[in-house]
Design a protein around this ligand. Structure first.
Ligand SMILES: Cc1cc2nc3c(=O)[nH]c(=O)nc-3n(C[C@H](O)[C@H](O)[C@H](O)COP(=O)(O)OP(=O)(O)OC[C@H]3O[C@@H](n4cnc5c(N)ncnc54)[C@H](O)[C@@H]3O)c2cc1C
Length: 403
């Protein structure tokens, strides 16, 4: 079969790319090949099934959300900012709403509806799909006007939107990286991101299910990255939004083989023990702490700080004060591992951005090969940033691949 554009991967990036390209009415049409039996498996379960599709933001905030290399994402963001994504989805029958924190959801609260509508819109626009077929091999054109060969298909242009390596049960199992490598592209070693962290300490298990709405989780050391927000204790360590958002950077550090020390700031200011002694000298430290933290956790903190549970402020020694303050603003934890790719919502690492033109998302090493979505070396925090990147990069790459 000879097609104008062959897209590998029917995730949100591939679907948006197919839709944008098909609107240009290419003579040989658009074909999408996916290894799964249906499109957008991961999109359909995103956001706990509600689909946090995007995040209201400026281009500066969008770039900042993706960290050091975030400027790379700006041309794609400009091609389809959050409001334009909302308008596009409304046009295909999916009205959306921004919540009070700026997150965009389908009004139906159904991520599957978004997937179904995108698939239907592509089909209406003439896009053809082949499912249950994993692409094994892509061979670049042998001459300037020759086509690409992708398994049994010939295509004028190819768009690689095969995702990362996270949650492989929903499709993206890292074979996209192998395809990119086989074409000469560098792949920054993938590590799981947006995943839970497993600690050497076993005490978090005693508080499994307990969440703290406002903690700061930091890699220990003055210049270590930190994230402030909600966190959760689990039976194997810690999780929750703040931990998920830090996890990619911790996973990268774990690659060196050594455990990663963390510090949790639970209260955001050292207690004023002088004032407490003056105003509440006969009061129990445990009772005071139980007004600030959940009672059971307060007990654990006192134990870790070597402060007896019945200690009063007037009997607190200088050493105990120092120890308690340290455990409240810098509670030490040691990370030995992450939830792994199976338990991660994003992949950090991927096709090197140095080898891709940000204005067209075309690879610099091979003609007429574009990239979109999670396969590229960009990952954002929780909050709709990753899906927005998939959608807007799909839009830019699909448009650029279909001149
Ligand atoms: C449980 C979960 C919840 C999430 N929730 C959110 C959320 O609410 N908001 C948010 O912003 N992000 C969320 N994410 C992240 C988001 O889903 C991804 O960033 C996004 O799906 C990436 O889109 P993509 O199209 O690049 O890749 P994918 O969605 O992974 O799609 C890639 C497609 O390529 C196919 N493929 C792979 N290799 C081949 C091959 N060799 N041949 C043929 N086909 C192939 C796969 O089958 C898959 O269909 C969540 C992720 C998970 C796992």
């Amino acid at each position: 079969m000879n097609v104008s554009l062959l897209i590998i991967g029917a995730g949100p990036a591939g679907l948006l790319a197919a839709f944008s390209a098909a609107r240009r009415r290419l003579p040989g049409g658009v074909l999408v090949v996916d290894r799964m039996p249906a499109p957008g498996a991961k999109l359909a379960v995103s956001g706990g099934g509600r689909g946090n599709l995007s995040h209201r933001s400026t281009e500066e905030a969008f770039a900042a959300a993706f960290g050091r290399h975030g400027r790379f994402a700006v041309p794609a963001f400009r091609s389809l900012p959050p409001d334009a994504l909302g308008a596009l989805l409304a046009e295909i029958g999916v009205p959306t709403v921004f919540d009070s924190s700026g997150r965009l959801y389908p009004r139906s609260q159904s991520a599957a509806q978004v997937r179904d509508a995108l698939f239907a819109a592509c089909t209406r626009a003439g896009v053809r799909f082949v499912f249950d077929r994993a692409v094994q091999r892509a061979t670049p054109p042998a001459a300037p006007d020759a086509p690409w060969q992708v398994d049994a298909y010939s295509a004028h242009s190819v768009l690689l939107a095969a995702g990362g390596q996270s949650a492989p049960r929903w499709g993206s199992d890292g074979t996209g990286f192998a395809l990119a490598r086989s074409l000469g592209y560098d792949v920054v070693p993938p590590v799981p991101a947006l995943t839970s962290l497993r600690t050497a300490e076993t005490w978090p298990a005693a508080h499994s299910g307990l969440s703290l709405p406002d903690a700061t989780v930091a890699v220990a050391g003055k210049r270590g990255p930190s994230v402030r927000g909600e966190m959760l204790f689990t039976h194997r360590g810690i999780s929750g939004p703040a931990v998920l958002d830090l996890s990619g950077r911790v996973a990268r550090l774990l690659q060196d083989g050594a455990p990663v020390p963390l510090e949790l700031d639970l209260v955001h200011a050292k207690p004023d023990f002088q004032a407490l002694r003056r105003e509440a000298g006969s009061h129990s430290v445990h009772v005071w702490l139980s007004h600030i933290l959940p009672r059971a956790l307060a007990g654990t903190i006192l134990e870790l700080a070597n402060v007896p549970a019945d200690q009063t402020f007037s009997h607190l020694s200088a050493a105990q004060e120092t120890s308690l303050a340290k455990h409240l603003v810098g509670l030490p934890l040691t990370v030995r591992g992450t939830g792994g790719f199976d338990d991660s919502m994003a992949t950090a690492g991927g096709v090197s951005l140095k080898q891709v033109n940000p204005d067209t998302l075309e690879g610099r090493l091979t003609p007429r090969l574009h990239f979109a979505g999670e396969i590229l070396d960009l990952d954002g925090p929780t909050g709709g940033w990753n899906l927005h990147w998939a959608f807007c990069s799909g839009h830019l790459a699909g448009t650029a691949a279909a001149p």
